[in-house]
Design a protein around this ligand. Structure first.
Ligand code: PMT
Length: 404
């Protein structure tokens, strides 16, 4: 398991939003893990939950104001910034994320964030439209590029009655995420292009050929690359996952559109990782109207789709190219065959007939092959697996590992 020592001194920043009520449980769970928790609230946060509640749960006076001479005398904002081993902002409102992105220091919490060298972890919570707004996307991208970790948000019903991405992750998930090692790889300065999910190849206006890919593997790779400091472009087939924060996400449906999006971005890419389950065949013709049932057998005429991965690897100066291979048998032989045929730097093979691994599961296992070598990455969550895969890719690219 990819575990790090749990941070001992956590500065929990609470900003104004209905999810602030979850902070009470968050404080309790952080303390259960042995952490000291110093709560700092924005003025808006105090309208949602009282400092007294959080003081009782954290066992420490809650800080709210920058200009409070008594509190500053006990521990100044600079001392607070130095004390923290980790800054966790949960919930992080759209407004506070914007202030962080712009380096504002007009209240205690923003000032501490600016004055601290501790890792910054941000758990966004807001209305789904605010979350999708280009301003928020840009602000999150700025934070991610500076090395902040963005946890969530989750999808679901929102306090405003809408449904979508914007809910703060639940406290147990946040605590687990804090326990996971910071990325073991440094991809700063690199552009990583990733394909994910299935494609849909239309038969007629209402039917299509597709497969069971959920996009979870590719989205996990995109998040891990972002957390490692890369600029990430994710070309995604139709999936039910929200676009990861701080990642440029291009949504497509058909293999041809996925190819076009990849070719549009590939010249800028240093690394290409093809996790998508691209349909190998598509109907040779798309019927203009709905195909009618007439009781007879129906034969479909299928033609191959363009092989995006082979085309990228075959370019005059290709990025470092990593393919995936989903195999039901003779995994090593078939995967190695694909790697050589498509001229790939690496291929990550998964056995997809195992119950619970591969397509549409939360966990996966990979065997990664390159010229003259192979390594098995055992069954684990797709997030942990993505980090392990990127560490291996970075090693093969000759990038120095991050020192502890
Ligand atoms: O999305 P999830 O539910 O999380 O599932 C993850 C996964 C099982 C889809 C993923 O781990 C995986 O194995 N992806 C590759 C699946 C696949 O279609 O493999 P393939 O052997 O058909 O293709 C080999 C490689 O060529 C792949 O990198 C694929 O993206 C690429 N390819 C294939 C066909 C094509 N026309 N263009 C391509 O780029």
């Amino acid at each position: 398991m990819n575990s790090a020592p749990f941070p001992r001194r956590i500065l929990l920043g609470i900003t104004g939003g209905i999810a602030a009520y979850k902070s009470a449980e968050l404080v309790r769970r952080l303390r259960e893990r042995g952490a000291e928790v110093q709560v700092v609230m924005t003025a808006a946060a105090t309208a949602f939950i009282t400092p007294l509640t959080l003081q009782a749960l954290s066992g420490r006076p809650v800080r709210t104001g920058l200009m409070d001479p008594q509190a500053e005398a006990a521990m100044s904002h600079i001392e607070l910034a130095r004390w923290a081993e980790c800054l966790l902002i949960a919930p992080a409102s759209a407004d506070f994320i914007a202030r962080l992105a712009h380096g504002l220091a007009d209240d205690l919490l923003s000032t501490v964030c600016l004055a601290s060298e501790a890792p910054l972890v941000v758990a966004p919570a807001m209305n789904r439209v605010m979350w999708q707004h280009p301003a928020t996307r840009a602000n999150c991208a700025v934070l991610a590029a500076r090395g902040a970790r963005l946890l969530g948000p989750a999808d679901g019903e929102q306090a405003c009655g809408e449904v979508g991405a914007g809910r703060m992750l639940e406290p147990p998930a946040l605590v687990e995420a804090l326990a996971v090692t910071a990325p073991a790889v440094d991809l700063r300065g690199l552009t990583v292009l990733i394909t994910a999910g299935p494609t849909r190849e239309p038969l007629d206006p209402v039917r299509f050929l597709t497969n069971r890919s959920s996009g979870k593997m590719g989205y996990a790779v995109a998040e891990a690359a972002r957390d490692a400091g890369a600029r990430v472009i994710l070309v995604s087939g139709p999936v039910h996952l929200p676009a990861p924060a701080g990642v440029t996400c291009v949504r497509v449906e058909q293999a041809e559109a996925m190819r076009a999006a990849v070719l549009q971005h590939v010249a800028a890419a240093d690394l290409f990782i093809a996790t998508a389950a691209v349909a190998d065949y598509r109907p040779a013709e798309r019927a203009a109207g709905k195909i009618k049932k007439n009781g007879e057998r129906l034969t479909l005429d299928l033609e191959p789709t363009p092989d995006i991965l082979a085309e990228v690897a075959g370019r005059a100066s290709p990025p470092f190219t990593v393919g995936f291979a989903a195999e039901t048998e003779r995994v090593a032989e078939y995967a190695e065959g694909k790697r050589r045929r498509k001229k790939l730097d690496m291929i990550a093979a998964n056995q997809v007939d195992d119950q619970g691994l591969g397509f549409d599961s939360d966990d996966n296992a990979l065997t990664v092959f390159w010229d003259g070598g192979a390594r098995s990455l055992p069954s684990q969550s797709k997030s942990a697996l993505a980090r392990a895969l990127l560490a291996l890719v970075a090693e093969r690219m000759g990038r120095a590992p991050v020192s502890a």
